[in-house]
Design a protein. Sequence first.
Length: 138
Amino acid sequence: MKSYRKELHFHLDSRRGLVNITGKVQAAVNESGIQEGLVLVNAMNITASVFINDDERGLHQDYERWLEKLAPEKPYSQYQHNGFEDNADAHLKRTIMGRETVVAVSNGKLDFGTWEQIFYFEFDGMRDKRVLVKIIGE
């Protein structure tokens, strides 16, 4: 069994944003040489998420509206966490959308269902963030 580790780096110019990282994850699988196994894709910051879904703009807008209803950014005073940073909503949004995803690797390719793609969702941007890609297999 082999393992391969790679970090993806992000710096979004806005507080929130969604990035399709499927191609970057597949590139890491290619670099690893692993043909059969699993890939873990993990947001390494507590105010960002990695998840799988459809790459459709309307759905992306729906996420933004839905998450803002569940954990509105403002007023900052509604949260106990806020003080040094006004990002309590980002922590809550990350909890809802999840920390990581795992995808099978078959014949050297990400083994997806119909329309599935991997996304990085930033909830407190404008600074450097990382995503871990860890691949194990043969």
